[in-house]
Write a protein that binds this ligand. Sequence first.
Ligand SMILES: [Zn+2]
Length: 338
Amino acid sequence: MQANTSLNLDKLGKSETVQELKKQLERVSKLKSPVLLTGESGAGRWPRLRPFCIMTQELNDAALLRYSRHILLPEIDIEGQQRLLSARVLVVGAGGLGAPALLYLASAGIGQLTLVDDDTVELTNLQRQIIHDMHTLGQPKVVSAAIRLAAINPEVTLRLLGERLQGERLAAEVAAHDLVLDCSDNFATRHAINRACVAAKVPLVSGAAVRFSGQLAVYDVRDAASPCYHCLFPDEGEASDGPCATFGVLAPLVGVIGSLQAVEALKLLAGCRPALGQLTLYDALEGRFRQLNVPRDPECPVCGQPFDDVAALVDQDRGRRELDLAEGFGDAAAAVQG
Ligand SMILES: [Zn+2]
């Protein structure tokens, strides 16, 4: 517990980005959480961080009280809460989707949260990115978010990566976590995260929102029936960064989708069955949710495997037809969060 009562900044990288982050964090925050920043080397240099509670330990009185409304749920109970407290979650993007997702993951007691974002807080973000505020304008989003998360739950271990994760760095970080939330804002990142998750067999909770349309899906290729992101969205065309700046987005829409990402993440980590093979579409203008079955594509170049289950192939055809019919959700299918 003692380690959680003071800043732990002694194992920092040496890049300018990291040093600048460290200065800003020290200047603007009075965090009580152990906050670790890195900007250059792989996850291997970091010890596998473990929060104050592991599966074999009992929750102390404060934790029992804090998480009592979870523990009351038979689907979670003490064991599920202990799983959450031991979990390591990578969240890519601390913007519109990442904001509610991070807030709920921290308040729910996820043991270690790794925040990834290379952006800084701007005034246009504050319309919807509710983890940031006027006091952190101009600050790195990971720092701004960490300040808020630590204020809510100082027991959570936070790792801040103020960078755009790519290549081997991305692969190493994904492999070092139990679950990844894709809260990014461009297709290139989405496909890169998906490839890393498939390779490391780490489950991925993906969300997107633009205008009035949002979507959500859980991919877990440890389950033979689960598709990957590429199965649904094979087009890896160039990213169109900042679509919200181009098309606009209703503020609470990102709150809805980011919160749904947190719901699926907590379910999966606590041991409840997640919604696999299902794409959830939300049309905020119509006030309508729809679920489409989306089985694995046996010819997917990312996750494809021999697929001789006829029933599954039938389901796959049906899923594609449903996707084709989802014209009204064209925005959502192309959506990227901003
Ligand atoms: Zn696939």
